[in-house]
Design a protein around this ligand. Sequence first.
Ligand code: PMP
Ligand code: GLN
Length: 395
Amino acid sequence: MAPMTAPRPHLNRRLAAFGTTIFAEMSALAAATGSINLGQGFPDTDGPAEIARAAARAVLEGRGNQYPPGPGVPELRTAVTAHQRRFYGMSYDPDTEVLVTAGATEAIAAALLGLLEPGDEVIALEPYYDSYAACIAMAGAVRVPVTLRPHEGAFRLDPAELRAAVTPRTRLLLLNTPHNPTGTVLTREELAGIAELAVERDLLVVTDEVYEHLVFAPGGHVPLASFPGMRDRTVTISSAGKTFSFTGWKVGWALAAPPLLAAVRSAKQFLTYVASGPFQYAVAEALALPDSYYEGFLADMARKREILASGLAAAGFGVFAPAGTYFITTDIAPLGERDGFAFCRALPERVGVVAIPNQVFYDDKDAGRTLVRWAFCKKDEVLVEAADRLGRLTR
Ligand code: PMP
Ligand code: GLN
């Protein structure tokens, strides 16, 4: 008789810790309970109708219905480089320095899978977007979190802590500014310090800038790649999902010097190969929208930020006003709550609202225990209703 042994689990060890993403769990909870979903970050209003029409036109005219070119359609690659020149004065070659991906998510995965050797250390800001940890694990690399800590109403990076985290095995810094979930925007000084460290220790940098057009603080977004010594060691990642409110189209991109980009492309070709054909043409048009589009988008989100921030404060939460993104992180401790996960799981039942417990984005669970994130990319009246419901927690 064969010896009795426990069956081997199907999910491999690299992924076993990750389970189902919090976004799927919380959106399912919102749907099941009919709650207002301020959890997963997607707008409840689609982006510009003219851009939706451009996508429909591309489908009907047969542009992108068959596999587009591996690096992305030339129209979009050119539009991405024009965008980088227009907003940041940076120049990239559309043929050798731009790669179109299935959202920023695939760009992150391809960058990590293409650049890392097993055992390499990757420093990521904690709390980190959940796909970072999973992709670092899939690459067989080691995650080294550096925690953003609350200081004067915002989550700040301690440059000394970052410096201390670098070891001889550190290969890559994985950054995100504007930062999800905290809403922190790294300052020019912080970025300059990071750049100096990267140059000094010869590190690669992957920077996730998907919220580049959602900076409320004066000065706007500054790409890390624009700092001295960074142009050739940085992979800059962004996406159309946030900027144009079409998160389902999954059109993202990576920008980098040719040897770095080639490494990202090598991995990407075996992930999706290509995606989102017709949408690529539409996003090329979206990127060229006039300044009034970008300004209007930011002004709308700034108003929504105020509505939700004041509602949350009135309901008794400790509010960290975000300098960027469309998320607000709050502390639930002032409400007498101790655990964000339990709070978020019970919230639909209590008042019909869904949020995200930040602790899932931490290795140091205690640092995120009482933090909860709310998305404000929703209709004004939805935010007002959500705030009213949350007010009932203490009424
Ligand atoms: N990075 C961050 C920080 C995000 O918040 C998100 C998602 N919203 C992504 C990447 C993924 O972007 P995409 O939907 O384009 O894959
Ligand atoms: N980026 C979105 C958020 O932070 C979610 C995207 C996803 O569900 N993967 O809410």
